[in-house]
Design a protein around this ligand. Structure first.
Ligand SMILES: Nc1ncnc2c1ncn2[C@@H]1O[C@H](COP(=O)(O)OP(=O)(O)O)[C@@H](O)[C@H]1O
Ligand SMILES: Cc1ncc(COP(=O)(O)OP(=O)(O)O)c(N)n1
Length: 272
C-alpha cells in the first residue's frame, strides 16, 4: 500500500484540514500519516481559536513518519507561522520525497486567517519552489501575486502562468469563487489545461480545497501523472460536494465517501 503524508492543521469540525486529508487518503486507497501543525477550533464570528504546536512536536512527528513508515507523496496545508514553514522547508530536502503538493492555505471560507501575517515571504522563497504542484484558491493566488484581482478564467490562466515563475513544477489555480461552472486551471510551464465541472448550488463546501489537494497527493503516491492525479481529484471533490453533509450551525462539509460509492464514471468533468 502506498503511503501519503499530510502536514496540516487539525480542523475540529472534521470537514477540512488533517481530518479531510486522512478521510481522502483512506477513500482513495493509500495509507495516511499526519503531522499536526496546529489545532483550529474557531467560532465563525470571533475567528479566535488557533493553537499552534511547538517546532519540537512537529519535528518529532516528521521524524516518526519518515523513519518508521515512509512517504510516497506528501501535502502541506495550514502551516500558520513563518517558523513552521521554514522548519518544513529545511526538512523536505533531507526527507527526499518525490511528490510534494503544497496547498498554500491562508484563509478559510468564513474568513479565518490560517496563515500569520509576515509568513508569506518564507512560503514563497523556501517552500513553493520545492513543490511538484501548488494549489491556491483565488484569494490565495491574489495574495501571492501582490493583491492582483482575479475575476475571469483568463485572469486564472494569467495567474497560473505568473505563479509558475515562483518555482513549482505545476500550478493549479482553483476557481471555486468564480460565477458559472466550477473551473480550475492547471499549468506546467507549457500547457494550460482547464478542468470544468457543473457548479452545484450549495453553501456546503467546507473542506473542498483540502480534500482536492489530498486527493492529488493520493494519486501521485499511486504513480499517476500530475494531470491524471488532478483529473481524478477534481472528480473526487465534485462528487463530494454533490453529496455534501449539511450542519445546522455552520456550512456543511463534502462527503468523502461519495466518489467511491457513485463510481468514477458517474462524475463528468470536461478538460480542454
Ligand atoms: N459549488 C461548487 N460546485 C462545484 N464545484 C465547486 C463548487 N465550489 C467549489 N468547487 C470546486 O471545489 C474545488 C475547491 O475549490 P475552492 O472552493 O476554490 O477552494 P478552497 O476550498 O481551497 O477555497 C475546486 O475544484 C472548485 O472548482
Ligand atoms: C485546519 C484547516 N486547514 C485548512 C482549512 C481550509 O480548508 P479548505 O478546504 O481550503 O476550505 P474551507 O474549509 O475553508 O471551506 C481549514 N478550514 N482548516
Amino acid at each position: 500500500m502506498k503511503k501519503a503524508c499530510t502536514i496540516a492543521g487539525s480542523a475540529a469540525r472534521g470537514g477540512a484540514g488533517i481530518q479531510a486529508d486522512i478521510k481522502t487518503f483512506q477513500e482513495l486507497g493509500v495509507y495516511g500519516t499526519s503531522t499536526i501543525t496546529a489545532f483550529v477550533a474557531t467560532h465563525p464570528e470571533t475567528k479566535q481559536g488557533i493553537y499552534t504546536q511547538s517546532l519540537e512536536v512537529i519535528e518529532a512527528q516528521l521524524h516518526t513518519i519518515h523513519s518508521q513508515i515512509g512517504i510516497d507523496a506528501l501535502k502541506t496545508g495550514m502551516l500558520f507561522t513563518k517558523e513552521i514553514i521554514e522548519l518544513i522547508a529545511d526538512w523536505l530536502p533531507t526527507a527526499n520525497v518525490q511528490n510534494i503538493v503544497i496547498d498554500p492555505v491562508m484563509f478559510g471560507k468564513v474568513g479565518t486567517a490560517l496563515m500569520e501575517e509576515g509568513a508569506m515571504s518564507s512560503l514563497k522563497d523556501y517552500l513553493l519552489p520545492q513543490a511538484t504542484i501548488i494549489t491556491p484558491n483565488m484569494p490565495e493566488a491574489e495574495y501571492l501575486l501582490g493583491g492582483r484581482q482575479l475575476k475571469s478564467v483568463t485572469d486564472l490562466q494569467d495567474a497560473a502562468h505568473d505563479l509558475h515563475k515562483l518555482g513549482s513544477q505545476h500550478v493549479l489555480v482553483k476557481g471555486g469563487r468564480l460565477n458559472g461552472p466550477a473551473l480550475d486551471v492547471l499549468y506546467d510551464g507549457v500547457r494550460m489545461l482547464t478542468l470544468e465541472a457543473p457548479r452545484i448550488d450549495t453553501i456546503h463546501t467546507n473542506g473542498a480545497g483540502c480534500s482536492y489537494s489530498a486527493a492529488i497527493t493520493a494519486g501521485l503516491a499511486q504513480g499517476l501523472s500530475v494531470e491524471q492525479a488532478v483529473i481524478q481529484a477534481k472528480k473526487f471533490v465534485t462528487a463530494g460536494i454533490r453529496r455534501a453533509i449539511p450542519f445546522e450551525a455552520v456550512a456543511g462539509a463534502i462527503d468523502h465517501r461519495a466518489f467511491k460509492e457513485v463510481g468514477e464514471d458517474s462524475v463528468i468533468i470536461a478538460t480542454k
